[in-house]
Design a protein around this ligand. Structure first.
Ligand code: ADP
Ligand code: MG
Length: 440
């Protein structure tokens, strides 16, 4: 077989070179075009990159704004006092705010993703659950129901439930808002209790009034008898307890009457420090006859404080409180009387100078503390302290604090107590300042 190389090698390579050259030319042209296209593409890419960068920046700004709004809404959700639960269309809890945690005692982690009915459902409130709203589309507004807390305790709540829809108007769940109203219910109960007490008080006042005359008679006749009997008559010793009994009954009767009768104030403008000093001096003298070792202290501000008071009634209430403090001390102890002028701190920061004086005066009030280091008061007793006839003393009538509170309320003030067992008790009277009183 003839070898291909055996043909004319020269001619062969010349042709080949020509072919190669034209191929190179073509190739170069293609390369050039390719480079042009590449450059064009590169330009396009650069342009697209710019657009992408711009879009990215816009998107980032949007996300940032979205985040801000989300944070704001979350902040609001977490700080409002209303419980908020949101369920999705399958009844799973997807939002549970802090107030909801506090009211129900569940932690967020324990309820998120759980079915609402499993946690808070029960037969009585079936048609008051958000699932009912989901199923029927019936929304609720300001209705009441009993929810169960984590420890299965009933909680009185007022609730509303509303459908949640997306932009396309499709239902995506239900939001239920609720407030614990047990406090309000307790207050309502207390109002009823106070009304009953007031009715009882009125009855007691009538009884006291009826007792007063015969009591006067008994006292009078006992005195008469005392004078009629001979000095050495053995029956004489029977009279003493009668006279003592009568005088105790008289105190009770006049306390009762002063508690139940509508009091009329006779207020005058006085310097609080001077008024309190007189009362303290008076009490100090009576301490001299008593057998406990009690030190009286005071802490008054230097600047004179003007108040509007019925001095006589004010003296009565401070003596009441001092006497209670004395009774609470076992053998030795201290009673301190403090005057504080309370200026709300937060207010003084936010006000500008012009409004300051005016508003500070409106929101400032006086506080008088009567502090003892006596036996203290058990916590469960605190709510009953101001009820008429509540006493723990053999010789008490339980009217002191009831009268005290009534008189302070007449002065548009208030009285509160804090106490720690075996450490002592502080009664705090708050009163409006003289100028404020006039505006009340
Ligand atoms: P009374 O003094 O006749 O008992 P009050 O109304 O003055 O009636 O007081 C009611 C009760 O409150 C007292 O019996 C006492 O148990 C309690 N109490 C009042 N003040 C104090 C105090 N400073 N420390 C401890 N207990 C007090
Ligand atoms: Mg008393």
């Amino acid at each position: 077989m003839p070898d291909s190389n055996s043909r004319n090698p020269r001619k062969h390579s010349q042709e080949e070179i020509q072919d190669l050259t034209s191929a190179f030319r073509d190739f170069n042209i293609i390369i050039e075009r390719f480079q042009e296209t590449y450059q064009g593409l590169q330009n396009k890419i650069d342009f697209l990159n710019q657009i992408v960068e711009k879009k990215n920046a816009e998107l980032e700004a949007q996300i940032q704004e979205g985040d801000n709004i989300k944070n704001l809404l979350n902040g609001i959700l977490e700080h409002i006092y209303t419980g908020v639960v949101v369920i999705n269309t399958t009844g799973e809890i997807i939002v549970f705010n802090k107030a909801a945690e506090e009211i129900t005692r569940y932690d967020k982690e324990e309820v998120l993703g759980k079915n609402y009915l499993k946690l808070f459902g029960n037969a009585q409130v079936r048609n008051k659950s958000p699932l009912y709203t989901l199923a029927t589309g019936k929304e609720s507004f300001h209705r009441r129901k009993i929810m169960r807390s984590k420890d299965k305790k009933p909680i009185d709540v007022e609730f509303s439930s509303t459908l949640v829809k997306n932009m396309k108007d499709e239902i995506i769940g239900v939001v239920e808002t609720f407030n614990d109203i047990s406090e309000i219910r307790n207050l309502q109960r207390r109002v009823t209790q106070v009304e009953t007490l007031a009715a009882l008080g009125e009855m007691a006042a009538n009884v006291a009034h009826e007792i007063r005359n015969p009591l006067g008679g008994i006292g009078g006749f006992a005195g008469l008898l005392d004078r009629k009997l001979a000095k050495d008559d053995p029956n004489r010793k029977l009279i003493k307890p009668i006279v003592e009994g009568v005088s105790r009954l008289n105190v009770i009767v006049s306390d009762l009457l002063s508690f139940t009768r509508p009091q009329k104030l006779n207020p005058v403008k006085v310097c609080l420090q001077d008024t309190l000093q007189e009362i303290i001096d008076f009490f100090q003298i009576s301490l001299g006859n008593m057998d406990k070792d009690v030190e009286l202290k005071k802490q008054f501000p230097e600047k004179e404080i003007q108040v509007y008071l019925d001095s006589q009634l004010f003296q009565q209430i401070v003596i009441n409180l001092l006497k209670n403090a004395y009774d609470a001390i076992e053998d030795t102890g201290t009673i301190e009387v403090r005057i504080r002028q309370n200026v709300p701190e937060s207010l003084s920061e936010i006000l500008d100078e012009d409004e300051k004086d005016e508003l500070l005066r409106m929101f400032s009030y006086l506080e008088i503390d009567i502090i003892d280091d006596g036996v203290g008061i058990p916590e469960e007793m605190l709510p009953k302290l101001f009820n008429p006839f509540f006493t723990t003393k053999d010789d008490g009538n339980g009217l002191g604090l009831a009268i005290t509170r009534k008189i302070i309320n007449l002065h548009k003030g208030d009285i509160n107590v804090t106490s720690e067992l075996h450490k002592g008790t502080t009664f705090t009277i708050s009163l409006p300042l003289y100028e404020t009183y006039h505006e009340l």
